[in-house]
Design a protein around this ligand. Sequence first.
Ligand SMILES: [Zn+2]
Length: 282
Amino acid sequence: MTEFTLGQLPMRYLGLPLSSKKWKRVDCQLLIGKITSRINIGYSKLLSYAGRIQVVTAVSFSIHSFWGSVFILPQSILKEVDRICRNYIWGSNEEKRKVSLVAWEKICCPKKFGGLNVKGCSNWNVASVGKLLWQLSEKQDTLWVKWVHGIYIRNEDSIWEHIPPLDCSWYWKKLNAPKNNMRNWYLQGRYNLTHSGQYSISASYNAMLGELNRLRIADLIWTSVAQPRHRMIMWLAVQGRLLTKERMLRLNIPVDNEICCLCHSQVMETQLHLFAHCTWLG
Ligand SMILES: [Zn+2]
């Protein structure tokens, strides 16, 4: 009667394999390649830290706004994308490892808490899944929620009580996986909603980062009229993470000598010396 034909899984959707079964390794590799295609290791040598952070922010934006909202992504993909982004920022590649000057967890914090506002994929995906669970829990008036209630939850009271059947799709199992952790969180009213009463993925993401200390000087760093690379140096300096010769020695990185490369007075190149005592600055 209608012109629709019955399709079969697996099929390709937006260039990706769509299947109700667990993703195969080759599918994961394909998606990792697509997500991180903007990360060009060869070209990265020409970019400063600040430039690379911008590339990583663009990558994380695309994963969250597109891939993350279409698919619940396997943890292995998210961890690998995080790893590629982390290595890219610090300039590591297969042949050469570079030191990570600041921990990835710190980079993934909001700027006011001392981070760089990069969204870590693993946490962000859980926060996104949280939105779907919240919609189901609130029995929101959307086609998807009605469909899921009709197919899976049926006569059960709520999504929180629902136990996925053994023969259900891989996707539905994945969606239910973070539920136990979220249940208490939800029932205690600790989920993060906006003023309009809607679930906020970014507020939930921030809540998942736990108690964070505010970095008072953050406003000064990020609102100052300075080039991005200078802000980045300032950010590193505030955390005491500039790669001075003193720090290189502590990290067991070989250096020719330990004296200041600017004034050549016989003192060790420390962060304090560079910013406060170096005579080269006049
Ligand atoms: Zn000096």
